[in-house]
Design a protein around this ligand. Structure first.
Ligand SMILES: Cc1ncc(C[n+]2csc(CCOP(=O)(O)OP(=O)(O)O)c2C)c(N)n1
Ligand code: SF4
Ligand SMILES: [Mg+2]
Length: 349
């Protein structure tokens, strides 16, 4: 009797380091269905998979909030730590100094960053620590039932009708002024732009700060909110059309240098920024701050890459650390020998 042959299953699709996308996933989300934060986790998974990042090299950092829970839902085999509310920057700084070979990925909320955490945030930005710092920005404290955060716009309304009468903190303006070297804003609903900006952030050497407007469908998606899906869609004004070409691919699109600006990142990857209705130079700090101020005055939400500086040394470079991670140096290399200590003591006598 002839035996039935089972057709071979199609080969698994894998990335350049031989991993399939499942390896980049995490636990099942416990956030509300439709929460913008879930869309951001999906883009992080896609970006890391497509770039061929080794999940075990990544260290995920977060604070407290719905946003800060989201690292549990991607890169399940990476390191991960939930810090205290608003204190993720100091934990991430310590970890990066102990092991400079990690790829740091921080996820915070607008409350975690701009309210309780603003003191730590500003020092992280001025240090230019190599980290991708993502703010999942819904203008409210989602986890504690939707109170206004410090990024809520003046005049924005809570569901109860309460109006916010304080001006917002613009985290991108702060980051640019203080010294972050890759600063962008995007929208969780704009898959293409967010994916390109995330890949650029991962390829950048220094602090990449991405403020991603990420609507809270449960507490801040109503009429009168300036962080609802419909409001952001209607007021989103992209600065440029962003494409990312990784270092391991040839740039095979034809582009006119008169209309497209090319930025080469540290690892040899490229960002192609195609001009839309204005001429914009993301390497000019003054221009970036002006674009943000003008957008505020006009009530527009400008998105895209605002600022990039590829040559500034990072905090790790400035500290002149050994190439090997401090965490794995043997005691003989981290403790001065007795003779050196004796010499120091002698010099103080
Ligand atoms: C020291 C401290 N203060 C207050 C809280 C309560 N708390 C938990 S999450 C949160 C705000 C979270 O807002 P955000 O960072 O914007 O995250 P979201 O939930 O909106 O994603 C607050 C105030 C806390 N956990 N710890
Ligand atoms: S409460 Fe808001 S921020 Fe939190 S998971 Fe639900 S939709 Fe997202
Ligand atoms: Mg929030």
């Amino acid at each position: 009797m002839a035996t039935a042959t089972v057709p071979p299953s199609p080969p698994k699709k894998v990335n350049r380091i031989g991993l399939d996308v499942q390896e980049y996933r995490g636990g099942k989300t416990t956030l509300c269905a439709g929460c913008g934060h879930n869309a951001i986790s999906e883009r992080i998974i896609e970006a890391c998979y497509e770039l061929g990042i080794e999940p075990q090299r990544v260290a995920k950092f977060s604070g407290i909030g719905c946003s800060s829970k989201s690292p549990a839902y991607f890169l399940g085999s990476a390191y991960g730590i939930n810090a205290v509310h608003g204190r993720m920057p100091s934990v991430a700084t310590g970890a990066m100094l102990a092991n400079r070979q990690l790829l740091a990925l921080g996820v915070s909320g607008d409350g975690d960053t701009a309210s309780i955490g603003v003191g730590q945030f500003v020092h992280l930005m001025r240090r230019n620590l190599p980290i991708v710092y993502i703010i999942e920005d819904n203008g409210c404290y989602g986890l504690t039932k939707g109170q206004f955060s410090a990024t809520a716009d003046i005049g924005s309304k809570l569901k109860t009708g309460v109006v916010n009468d304080l001006p917002p903190i613009d985290t991108c303006v702060l980051a640019i002024q203080l010294g972050a070297t890759y600063v962008a804003r995007s929208f969780s609903g704009d898959k293409r732009q967010l994916l390109a900006l995330l890949k650029g952030a991962l390829a950048h050497h220094g602090t990449s700060m991405l403020d991603v407007i990420s609507p809270c469908v449960t507490f801040n998606d109503h009429e009168g909110s300036t962080k609802s899906y419909s409001y952001v869609k209607d007021h989103d004004e992209p600065l440029e059309d962003v494409s990312f070409v990784p270092f391991f691919e040839e740039i095979n699109v034809d582009y006119d240098p008169g209309t497209t600006r090319e930025v080469t990142l540290h690892d040899g990857s490229h960002l192609l920024l195609r001009k839309l209705d204005r001429d914009y130079d993301p390497t000019n700090k003054h221009e970036s701050l002006r674009a943000l101020t003008d957008a505020h005055d006009k009530g527009e939400i400008v998105t895209g890459l605002f600022y990039v500086e590829t040559h500034r040394p990072t905090f790790i470079d400035l500290l002149n650390l050994a190439d090997e991670p401090l965490a794995t140096l043997p005691e003989s290399r981290v403790r001065p020998p007795k003779q050196v200590l004796d010499e120091v003591m002698q010099s103080l006598m």
